[in-house]
Design a protein around this ligand. Structure first.
Ligand SMILES: [Zn+2]
Length: 99
């Protein structure tokens, strides 16, 4: 399972602060990843998974992160959950467009 991080704003749990700093430094090069206001500090409890229509469970005994199953922070979980009737690709497209 992929560690928690918001698939919309890029927020990560609090201990990953250096990554946030790094993300702001590379903003110029990766605007599609880090656009929008900088994420606010969050803890692990602030992240939840949303299952989209393209969700595919991993084969038994396989480790990794299943397709169509994305993390979102507490600021974006409501919007993401509202799009759970879409594929993860379509949901991210709509969420990024509406930011
Ligand atoms: Zn977020």
């Amino acid at each position: 399972m992929m560690p928690p991080h918001c698939n919309l704003c890029g927020a990560r749990p609090f201990p990953a602060e250096p990554l946030k700093t790094l993300a702001s430094r590379i903003r110029v090069f990766l605007p599609f990843v880090t656009s929008g206001p900088p994420p606010t500090p969050k803890t692990y409890q602030d992240f939840s998974l949303v299952q989209f229509t393209d969700y595919k469970p991993l084969p038994e005994g396989m480790t990794g992160h299943p397709d169509g199953y994305l993390w979102f922070c507490s600021d974006h979980i409501e919007q993401a959950t509202g799009l759970s009737h879409c594929s993860s690709t379509e949901a991210l497209r709509i969420l990024r467009r509406d930011r």
